[in-house]
Design a protein around this ligand. Structure first.
Ligand code: MAN
Length: 352
């Protein structure tokens, strides 16, 4: 079995052991799903760092953010009111919790392969009630000199899209939750179209509808409206259960190319692509039938949560697309693609 990705021979390029925990008493369980941007002639990753206390036998413990700082919750594995079938989330006494607390951390590189944590840049932590279970999976869009950070804000009240903006990566303006629960995977286009900002996002509709990709417009990049559903899950396909946007769409002469993730009922996460009209991106022109990347390398098949390749960041150099991705929800990896090759795999929506 193969796919269209040319994986870095150095993969994984970052593992939990490569960084130090943000506070004493926690350990890094996973590094995953980096946002990517260029700044001061370097490639930067804004990594999701997921932490928890070192686990003791018979006990599940995890951190949550409270006004005074971090609080550790401990639950006996034998407690009949605990449901712990997914390594990522548990349910206790009817309420959901995450098993790890994520913050976002900057690393940079001259060659796009060897990354280090530079001095003088802050860690981005959850702040306030809407981020008490952490912030995750940040997309970074650079528009007219401002970097727009859109990330998943998690709390007991739900999962929504949070936003911060920066110009220098040292000072940040907080814009709170810009799209309320349940929503994630928000990727802003890096160019205005006909004077308007556009973004892809992924609400989850429980009773009617599903985990579909929507597009929205905005006059200022912060307030969003005119939402339209553009990509749905496909029965009996690799993307039958959920789909979600990756990073900012890539402008090509054929249209806006989006790399997205899809998962099936067995929680296998693969990547595919679709193409939107250059002038009206709410029109999807074409989509791949088969994944362009699927979990096949050892570090993608087993880890904190195996069978996962998940991207929300890339760099583009001519025809070369370098995606950075989370493998098995534990490692940060890289892979190269030819944009022409991805375009050639798209099937026109009229032919379906
Ligand atoms: C899912 C997974 C987790 C994530 C939570 C909250 O369970 O994507 O990795 O922590 O949602 O967003």
């Amino acid at each position: 079995m193969t796919d269209a990705a040319e994986r870095f021979s150095q993969n994984p390029i970052l593992s939990p052991k490569d960084l130090t925990p943000s506070v004493e008493g926690l350990e890094i369980a996973c590094l995953l799903n980096p946002g990517v941007f260029t700044f001061q002639n370097k490639t930067w990753l804004l990594i999701r760092v997921a932490e928890r206390p070192k686990q003791k036998p018979g006990v599940i413990s995890f951190p949550v953010l409270k006004e005074g700082g971090i609080e550790i919750i401990e639950i006996l594995e034998s407690d009949p009111e605990l449901i712990a079938t997914d390594p990522r989330v548990i349910n206790y006494k009817g309420a959901d919790y995450l098993t790890t607390l994520s913050h976002l951390r900057l690393v940079c590189s001259d060659d796009g392969i060897n990354f280090y944590q530079p001095e003088g840049y802050p860690l981005l932590h959850g702040e306030g009630a809407a981020e008490s279970f952490g912030i995750e999976d940040c997309r970074v869009a650079e528009i007219e000199g401002t970097y727009y950070l859109t990330f998943t804000s998690v709390s007991e009240n739900g999962v929504g899209v949070g936003m911060r903006t920066t110009k220098d990566w040292k000072t940040f303006e907080r814009h709170g939750m810009i799209i309320p629960p349940h929503n994630k995977d928000c990727a802003i286009f890096e160019e205005k179209i006909n004077g308007k900002f556009y973004a892809l996002h992924r609400p989850s509709s429980v009773d009617l509808g599903g985990n579909y990709i929507w597009i929205a417009e905005s006059p200022d990049g912060i307030h969003w409206g005119n939402h339209k559903c553009i990509i749905k899950t496909r029965k009996h396909h690799w993307d039958s259960k959920r789909v979600g946007a990756g990073a900012a769409p890539i402008k090509t002469d054929k249209g806006w190319l989006e790399i997205y993730h899809g998962a099936n009922a067995e929680h296998q996460y693969c990547l595919g692509a679709f193409l939107m009209d250059l002038n009206d991106p709410s029109k999807v022109i074409a989509q791949t039938e088969e994944p362009i990347m699927k979990p096949i390398a050892e570090y993608e098949l087993s880890g904190f949560f195996g069978q996962v390749v998940f991207t929300n960041g890339h760099t583009v150099n001519g025809d070369e697309l370098t995606i950075y991705y989370g493998a098995a929800d534990e490692f940060v990896c890289g892979a190269k693609f030819s944009i022409q090759n991805i375009l050639a795999q798209l099937k026109s929506c009229d032919q379906k």
